[in-house]
Design a binder for this molecule. Structure first.
Ligand code: MN
Length: 129
C-alpha cells in the first residue's frame, strides 16, 4: 500500500487493536444493503483483539500474510489471495505477521444483527506462540 492509497484510510480504534491499523469503508450498510465491506490495513506485528461476530465475517487477504487464530486452535497463516470464512460466534483474532504489513478485505453480513463484540487483547505470548 503506497502513501497516496493510505490517505483514504482512517486509523482503527486503538482500544481494539495492538499496533497500528487503518480502515477504509468500501460499502456501508443501510436498509437496503445488509452488509459492510471494508479494507483493513495492519502494520507489521499489529493484530486486533479477540472478538466474535454475530453473523459470518469473510476475510479476503490482499497483501502480506494474515495471521488468523480461533480460540483453542493454532494460528493459521494465510497468504495473499486466501479466504477465511469466520462463522458466527467463533472467538478469534486476525492481524499481520511480525515482519510485514497485511491488508485484507472484511465482509460483514447481516449487519442488522450487529458487527462485532470486542474482547481482551491478544498478548505478545499468544501472538508469538
Ligand atoms: Mn473478525
Amino acid at each position: 500500500m503506497n502513501n497516496v492509497e493510505k490517505e483514504s484510510f482512517k486509523p482503527a480504534p486503538a482500544d481494539y487493536f495492538t499496533g497500528k491499523a487503518f480502515i477504509k469503508a468500501l460499502v456501508v450498510a443501510d436498509t437496503v444493503t445488509n452488509c459492510n465491506v471494508s479494507d483493513v490495513a495492519f502494520e507489521a506485528g499489529c493484530r486486533n483483539n479477540w472478538h466474535t461476530h454475530p453473523s459470518n465475517q469473510i476475510l479476503l487477504v490482499k497483501e502480506g500474510t494474515c495471521y488468523y487464530q480461533e480460540e483453542g486452535k493454532p494460528i493459521q497463516k494465510i497468504a495473499a489471495g486466501g479466504v477465511i470464512n469466520v462463522l458466527p460466534g467463533i472467538k478469534h483474532w486476525h492481524g499481520a505477521s511480525p515482519d510485514a504489513p497485511m491488508v485484507h478485505v472484511a465482509i460483514n453480513i447481516n449487519t442488522d444483527k450487529g458487527l462485532v463484540n470486542w474482547m481482551e487483547r491478544v498478548t505478545d505470548e499468544q501472538y508469538h506462540n
